[in-house]
Every structure is written in structure tokens, then in C-alpha cells.
Design a protein around this ligand. Structure first.
Ligand SMILES: Nc1ncnc2c1ncn2[C@@H]1O[C@H](COP(=O)(O)OP(=O)(O)OP(=O)(O)O)[C@@H](O)[C@H]1O
Ligand SMILES: [Mg+2]
Length: 182
């Protein structure tokens, strides 16, 4: 119940844009590792391998670290929840966009049930769950991805989903790279 109320409040707050984004530079490897640590017990409890892949170099990105922690935690929560065996991998990697801008892509990949064709956009709507009985089976209210979308889009980015039904899903978003850490 507390989880639900927290999610609802977070959702209302983000949707009404009542939150002011902090633009702070932070090191992405530590950020990913910190979120992964909060999800580790859940993955272990399901015998899933949790893999963290971050670049050797210290890359600095810009954004609201606290809000982005919430977003990445939601993506990892889903990956673990909708995977019964195999692996959940959370990664950060430097990429160059088509326009030549350098960025860091943060991704969560799983070997779970995947998302059926035509549902990839709907799952970002609030309260939408692919399987209507999903709440009973997996818990949750269908707010996680709506919150993730709000947070990522408030950063001028977007969430990209790739999935093969029955084999897994990958959710990724990019943050601007702000030069090497000192
Ligand atoms: N990694 C994933 N693999 C398969 N399906 C997914 C995955 N992530 C999300 N989904 C689908 O998208 C729906 C919406 O996800 P969302 O995170 O918004 O809600 P939820 O996880 O069901 O509940 P909540 O996040 O509020 O606890 C899920 O119910 C599920 O059907
Ligand atoms: Mg969720």
C-alpha cells in the first residue's frame, strides 16, 4: 500500500511538472551500480543473474540524479518481475548520436516474457498492463513506466523499447555526456 501511494504521489508530481529538475553532473558508473545494488536481493530471490556493465572510464552525465535513480529502479524492477529465468543486465555505454552528439546510453535488458507486438507504446500509459490479470500475478499498478517516461522526457530524452516476445525486453534512454570526470 505504501509503495502504491508513493508511486501515485510521484506520478502526480511528475505529471503536473511540480518537480524542478536539478541539472547536476554525476558519474554514471556509480549511479548504475547504486541502483543495481538496491535491486540485487530481488534478483537473487528469483535466482536471476544480475549483471552490471559500466565503462572502465569515468563518464560524467548531466541530469537530476535522484529522479533518474527512481526511473532506473522502475525499469530494473520490471525486468526482474517479468523474468522467471535467466539474466537481467543493466548497462551504461558511451554512444554517438546520428547528429554526432556524444551521450551515454543506460539500458536494462532481460530474458523475460517480452512485450507483445503493438503493446510497446501502450505500456507507457498510466495503469496500463499487458495482461489484465498482471496485477494479481505480479503485483503493481501500471504506473512505473508512466513515471519513467515522464522523468526521461523531462530530461529531453526518450525511452526506447526493443523486445522479442517470449525472449525478453530492453529499455534504454540516453543522457548527455558532459566530459570526463576529474
Ligand atoms: N521488462 C518487461 N518485460 C515484459 N513486460 C513488461 C516489462 N516492463 C513492463 N512490462 C509490461 O508493461 C506493463 C506496465 O509496466 P509498469 O511498470 O508501468 O507497470 P507494473 O510494473 O505492472 O506496475 P508498477 O510499476 O506500478 O508496480 C507491465 O504490467 C507489463 O505488462
Ligand atoms: Mg513496473
Amino acid at each position: 500500500m505504501r509503495h502504491l501511494v508513493e508511486d501515485l504521489l510521484a506520478f502526480v508530481r511528475t505529471e503536473q511538472r511540480q518537480f524542478t529538475l536539478r541539472a547536476e553532473a554525476f558519474e554514471v558508473g556509480g549511479f548504475v551500480a547504486e541502483v543495481a545494488a538496491t535491486q540485487k536481493a530481488k534478483a537473487q530471490g528469483k535466482d536471476l543473474t544480475l549483471t552490471v556493465k559500466v565503462p572502465e572510464e569515468r563518464l560524467m552525465v548531466e541530469g537530476d540524479r535522484g529522479e533518474l535513480i527512481r526511473a532506473l529502479a522502475h525499469l530494473m524492477d520490471n525486468a526482474i518481475k517479468f523474468t522467471s529465468e535467466g539474466e537481467v543486465t543493466v548497462s551504461a555505454a558511451a554512444v554517438t548520436s546520428d547528429e554526432g552528439k556524444r551521450a551515454v546510453e543506460i539500458a536494462v535488458q532481460d530474458t523475460g516474457i517480452g512485450i507483445p507486438p503493438g503493446e510497446e507504446e501502450k505500456i507507457f500509459q498510466r495503469f496500463y498492463q499487458v495482461d489484465a490479470s498482471s496485477t494479481r500475478r505480479y503485483g503493481g499498478t501500471g504506473l512505473g513506466l508512466a513515471i519513467v517516461k515522464e522523468i526521461v522526457e523531462a530530461h529531453g530524452s526518450r525511452v526506447v523499447v526493443e523486445t522479442t516476445p517470449g525472449q525478453g525486453a530492453r529499455f534504454a534512454f540516453r543522457l548527455p555526456l558532459v566530459g570526463p570526470a576529474t
